[in-house]
Design a protein around this ligand. Structure first.
Ligand code: NA7
Length: 859
C-alpha cells in the first residue's frame, strides 16, 4: 500500500462513553492512531444524556468502575452505594482528563455512514460535520441503551405544554413545582424519577402499561465491608470476571423447589435486605429455568409490594403478574411504591384504560381526559441494535447492516459480523452486555479486540472477518441458551418486544460473563477459530464452531471441570459409589407424581428393592420397569428418581425402578438375571401393583439399557412375559465396540472410554463379554423382540453401538427407531431439570411408551 493510499487512522471509534474512552486509552498504549466521534458535547455516553431526576446506576459503585488501572481505582472515591448520574459523569470526565483522552475525540459529531473499502482494506466514515475519514478498523462503542424508542403514541405534536424525555433531559434540570405532570413509562427510568418528580409537582399521574418488579435500593454510604474490597481490588475484580453477572457473590447450585418454604423465605428476605439486583435471579439455580421456581421469588416480591401500598386497587395495578421475575430488568427504587400512597399521585392502568392520544392539553385515555402542564416520557430504548442501525454501515459488496439484520442481529460472539471486515462492536447483541456489569463487559471486549489486533499485527495480517459458519453457530448457540430459560416469556426489550416490528430474538447472550469469557478465550486460543484473515501473504482461516455441545451441557462440563473431581476409575467401587451419591445429592427433584411406594421383590438370588411411581391420574395404568444407569457398579433403584418421576408424568405409566445386584460383588450375569426376575415378578403381580394386565414395557439407561435389552431377549426366549416395548437410553450393547463415537468421545464427556473399560472390568470377564447376555448386539437372532426406541447423544462414546443395535433390530424385523440428539452427552437424558435442552428427548421417550401401550388403553 502506498503512503497516499494508507488509511488516515488505525482505528475509528464511535462513541465516547466508557467503551469509547477505554478503547482510546488502550489503542494509544499500543501505539495505534485512534479517533472517536461523539454526538454529545462531552464524554460519558449514557451518563451524559440520561440526566433525569433520580438517575442512578443499578450496579454498586464499587463494581461499576474501571479495573484496568490500579491507581485509578484507588484514587477515585465513590460517595454512595449506588452512584448518581452526576457522580458517574464526573468519573467519566475524570478518566478522560487523567488519560488525556479528549484530544482524540470529536464532540458534537455524529457518524452517519461507514462503508468498507475492499481495495483499500479500510472503512470510510462520514460524519454529520461533512468530514470523511478512513480507518483500518471501525469500532462501535455506541452503548446498548442509547437510541431512544420512537414515541408510538399519536398526537404528541399537538401538546402545548412541556415535553420531557428521560434519556435527553435538559442539562439545567426541570422545576416541576406547582405543575400538573403526566409520566408515561414504569421501567427503571420511570421508577427512579417518579418519586422525585412527584415530590415536587402539584399533582402527578403515572401511566403504567406493565407493572414491574422493583426492590428498595437501600442506598446510602458504602458499607465498610464493601469499601474494604478496595484493599484487594484487583483480586476482587478477577473474581468478578468469573461470575455470571460480573459482580462477585454467591452463585447458588441448589434449587428453589428442593429447599423448604422457610429456607426460601429466609433467603429471599436476605436478598431483599441487600437491595441489589445482580444476584436476584441466581439465588437458586432454577429461578430462571423453571416457572414454578421463579414464581416463589416473584410471589415474595409481590407480597412486599402489596404490603407497602395502602389502597388495594392501587396495589393491584402496581403488582407485577405478567412475566417471570428477572426476565425483564428488575428495578431498584427509593420510595417508589410509597409514592403512590400520596394524595396527589395517581396511577392509570393503561392496559385496562388505554391511551388514545396526546391532546393539546394532556392525555386522552379511553375513559378519561387528563390535563397536564408537562408530560414526561420514560418509554425506553431501541435497545442493543438501535444505535448500531442508526448508522448506515455497509460491509462487503455494499451490503448494509440493516439488511443483514432484517431478521435479527447475526453476529459472532457479539463482537463481529460476517461480511463486515475489521468491524467490531463493544457489548453488541450476542454478548452478555446488558445482563452484566457493563464496565466489566466493556473491559473484556476492549481487551479481546486489542489482543486480536496485536495478533494480526504480529502475523502481518490486515483484515479479519468472521465466517458464516461461526456466525450462524454462535447465533444458534445463543438462541439455544435463551430458549432453555424463561427470558423468551417476557415482552421485554431484551427480546426486542418493546419496539413495534423489531425481530423477536433474545438480544443479549444469557449464559453469563464467565461462560462467555471462556468462549472468547477459547476462540483466541484456537488460532481465532471462526475468523478468516487476509494479509499480503494470503489468507488463513481456522473455521469451526467454538461450542458444539448444548449450552447446558457445556455449563455442566465446565462445572465438573471446576470441581476437579478424581476420575471414577481411579477410585475403589465404594469410593466411586460415595462420589456418585454426593454428585446426585444436589439434583433437581423432578415433578410431583401421584404416589411413590417403596417395596421389595424376589430377585434371582434374594430380595431386592424397588421404588414405584404412580401417576396422579385414575388407574389402572400401564407399567414400565426401569433399570438405572451406573455401569453395573454405581447407583440403585432411587438414583434416577427425577427421571422416573418425569417419565411417570409424561408417559402416564406406573414406573417401577427395580434394583439389581451390582458388580464387582455380583458379577455378570447377576444384574441381567435380576432384571429378568423383576420383569417376571411385575408381570405376575401387575394388577396388585396398580397396573393393567399385559401392559408392560421396559426402559433403561446406560448399563440399565443393557439390562432392559437383555431382558427382552430373555423374555422372548422364555416365552414370556410379554413386553410391549423397550426404550433403551444410551445403552451398553457391545463390549467390543471400537466405533468412531468411542474414540472421538473417549474423553471429556463424563462417560469416558477409561470409565467404560473400568465398568466392564468390574462386571464381566473378558471371555464372557461376547455373550449376548452381556453384549445383546451380538445375539445371533434379534427377531421377535418388542419394538424399540434407542436414544443416543452426539457426544456419547456409546452412540454408535446404540445406533448399531437399533439398525440390527430393525433389520431383524423388530420395529426399532433410533434418535440421536445433537450436542448431548451420555448423561443428558436422565438429568431432569439440569439439562433442559434434553426435555424434547424425554418427551420422545414418553411418547414411545404411550405408543406401545396405546392399543391397550381402556375404551
Ligand atoms: P424500559 O425499561 O424499556 O421502560 C419503558 C417503559 O415505558 C415501560 O414501562 C414500557 O411499558 C413503557 N412504554 C413504552 N412505550 C409505551 C407506550 N407507547 N405507551 C405506554 N407505555 C409505554 O426503559 P427505561 O428507560 O425505563 O429503562 C431502560 C434500562 O435502563 C433499564 O432496564 C436499565 O437497564 C437501565 P411496557 O413494559 O413495554 O409495557
Amino acid at each position: 500500500m502506498s503512503e497516499s493510499n494508507r488509511p488516515q487512522l488505525d482505528v475509528i471509534v464511535v462513541g465516547a462513553g466508557f467503551a469509547g474512552l477505554y478503547l482510546l486509552h488502550k489503542f494509544r498504549e499500543m501505539g495505534l492512531s485512534a479517533r472517536a466521534f461523539e454526538a454529545g458535547d462531552d464524554v460519558g455516553g449514557t451518563w451524559y444524556w440520561n440526566r433525569y431526576p433520580g438517575a442512578r446506576c443499578d450496579i454498586e459503585s464499587i463494581d461499576y468502575s474501571f479495573s484496568f488501572d490500579p491507581e485509578l481505582e484507588q484514587e477515585w472515591q465513590w460517595s454512595e452505594k449506588y452512584a448518581t448520574q452526576p457522580e458517574i459523569l464526573r468519573y467519566a470526565q475524570h478518566v478522560a482528563d487523567r488519560f488525556d483522552l479528549r484530544r482524540d475525540i470529536s464532540f458534537a459529531t455524529r457518524v452517519e455512514q461507514a462503508v468498507w473499502d475492499e481495495a483499500g482494506s479500510c472503512w470510510n466514515v462520514t460524519t454529520s460535520q461533512g468530514e470523511t475519514v478512513s480507518g483500518r478498523f471501525f469500532i462501535m462503542a455506541t452503548g446498548c441503551l442509547s437510541q431512544p424508542k420512537d414515541i408510538d403514541i399519536e398526537g404528541i405534536e399537538n401538546f402545548t405544554g412541556a415535553i420531557y424525555r428521560t434519556h435527553s433531559w435538559p442539562h439545567e434540570g426541570v422545576d416541576f413545582s406547582g405543575k400538573t405532570v403526566g409520566i408515561i413509562g414504569t421501567g427503571s427510568s420511570g421508577i427512579q424519577s417518579i418519586p422525585l418528580i412527584a415530590g415536587q409537582a402539584d399533582h402527578t399521574t403515572v401511566f403504567q402499561r406493565t407493572a414491574n418488579y422493583s426492590i428498595p435500593a437501600g442506598n446510602g454510604p458504602i458499607a465498610p465491608e464493601k469499601l474494604a474490597v478496595k484493599q484487594r481490588y484487583q483480586d476482587y475484580r478477577e473474581e468478578a470476571r468469573w461470575t455470571s453477572v460480573g459482580v462477585p457473590g454467591k452463585q447458588a447450585m441448589d434449587f428453589a423447589l428442593t429447599v423448604s418454604e422457610e429456607e426460601r423465605q429466609q433467603r429471599y428476605q436476605e436478598l431483599w435486605d441487600k437491595g441489589a439486583i445482580p444476584h436476584l435471579g441466581s439465588e437458586f439455580a432454577d429461578l430462571l429455568l423453571d416457572e414454578k421456581a421463579n414464581d416463589t421469588l416473584a410471589e415474595f416480591v409481590r407480597g412486599k409490594i402489596r404490603s407497602v401500598i395502602e389502597d388495594s386497587e392501587v396495589a393491584d395495578i402496581l403488582t407485577p403478574t405478567e412475566f417471570p421475575i428477572c426476565t425483564k430488568r428488575a428495578c431498584l427504587d427509593t420510595h417508589y411504591y410509597q409514592t403512590f400512597n400520596k394524595p396527589n399521585v395517581d396511577i392509570v392502568d393503561i392496559k385496562r384504560n388505554p391511551i388514545v392520544s396526546i391532546t393539546a392539553t394532556g392525555i386522552a385515555t379511553k375513559e378519561q381526559n387528563f390535563d397536564f402542564d408537562a408530560i414526561v416520557f420514560a418509554t425506553g430504548f431501541d435497545a442493543m441494535t438501535g444505535a448500531l442501525l442508526a448508522i448506515d454501515i455497509r460491509g462487503r459488496e455494499g451490503q448494509s447492516l440493516k439488511d443483514k439484520w432484517a431478521h435479527g442481529p447475526l453476529n459472532y460472539l457479539g463482537l463481529t459480523v460476517s461480511g463486515f471486515p475489521n468491524f467490531f462492536m463493544i457489548t453488541g447483541p450476542g454478548s452478555p452486555s446488558v445482563l452484566s456489569n457493563m464496565i466489566l463487559s466493556i473491559e473484556q471486549h476492549v481487551e479481546w479486540i486489542a489482543d486480536c489486533l496485536e495478533h494480526m499485527s504480529k502475523a502481518g495480517l490486515d483484515v479479519i472477518d468472521a465466517t458464516e459458519t461461526a456466525e450462524s453457530g454462535w447465533v444458534e448457540y445463543g438462541t439455544a441458551t435463551s430458549d432453555m430459560t424463561l427470558f423468551p416469556q417476557a415482552k421485554s426489550w431484551y427480546m426486542g418486544a418493546n419496539v413495534p416490528g423489531k425481530p423477536r430474538v433474545c438480544l443479549p447472550y444469557v449464559g453469563g460473563v464467565a461462560a462467555y469469557r471462556r468462549v472468547c478465550n477459547d476462540v483466541a486460543a484456537q488460532d481465532y477459530l471462526g475468523f478468516r484473515f487476509d494479509g499480503p501473504d494470503g489468507s488463513r482461516c481456522n473455521d469451526g464452531l467454538v461450542r458444539r455441545q448444548q449450552p447446558d451441557v457445556v455449563a455442566l462440563l465446565e462445572m465438573l471441570a471446576d470441581l476437579e473431581l478424581p476420575p471414577f476409575e481411579s477410585l475403589s467401587p465404594d469410593e466411586a459409589r460415595a462420589m456418585s451419591v454426593a454428585m446426585n445429592a444436589g439434583n433437581p427433584p423432578g415433578p410431583q407424581v401421584g404416589a411413590v411406594v417403596d417395596g421389595s421383590f424376589p430377585g434371582a438370588d434374594g430380595a431386592l428393592d424397588y421404588r414405584l411411581y404412580r401417576p396422579d391420574s385414575p388407574g389402572p395404568h400401564p407399567v414400565t420397569v426401569y433399570f438405572h444407569g451406573g455401569g453395573w457398579v454405581l447407583g440403585d433403584h432411587t438414583s434416577d428418581d427425577a427421571f422416573c418421576r418425569d417419565l411417570c408424568v409424561n408417559a402416564d405409566s406406573v414406573i417401577i425402578s427395580a434394583n439389581y445386584r451390582h458388580a464387582p460383588e455380583a458379577r455378570f450375569p447377576a444384574a441381567v438375571d435380576d432384571g429378568f426376575a423383576a420383569v417376571q415378578w411385575v408381570s405376575d403381580n401387575i394388577e396388585t401393583l396398580g397396573g393393567m394386565r399385559g401392559a408392560l414395557a421396559v426402559c433403561g439407561w446406560s448399563a440399565g439399557g443393557n439390562i432392559a435389552a437383555v431382558v427382552c431377549q430373555l423374555a422372548r426366549d422364555a416365552g414370556g412375559p410379554e413386553i410391549k416395548g423397550q426404550v433403551l437410553i444410551t445403552p451398553v450393547v457391545d463390549a467390543g465396540d471400537d466405533s468412531p463415537s468411542m474414540t472421538d468421545n473417549a474423553e471429556g464427556f463424563v462417560l469416558t472410554k477409561a470409565l467404560m473399560d473400568w465398568f466392564w472390568d468390574h462386571y464381566a470377564d473378558p471371555s464372557k463379554r461376547a455373550d449376548p447376555k452381556a453384549s445383546p448386539l451380538l445375539a445371533p437372532d434379534l427377531s421377535g423382540l418388542p419394538p424399540a426406541l434407542v436414544i443416543t447423544g452426539e457426544f456419547d462414546p456409546l452412540r454408535d453401538q446404540g445406533k448399531a443395535y437399533a439398525e440390527a433390530l430393525d433389520a431383524a424385523g423388530t420395529g426399532a427407531r433410533h434418535i440421536n440428539y445433537p450436542g448431548q452427552i451420555h448423561t443428558s437424558f436422565t438429568a431432569v431439570g439440569a439439562i433442559p435442552t434434553a426435555n424434547g428427548s424425554r418427551q420422545d421417550i414418553a411418547a414411545a411408551l404411550r405408543q406401545y401401550f396405546k392399543a391397550l388403553e381402556p375404551v
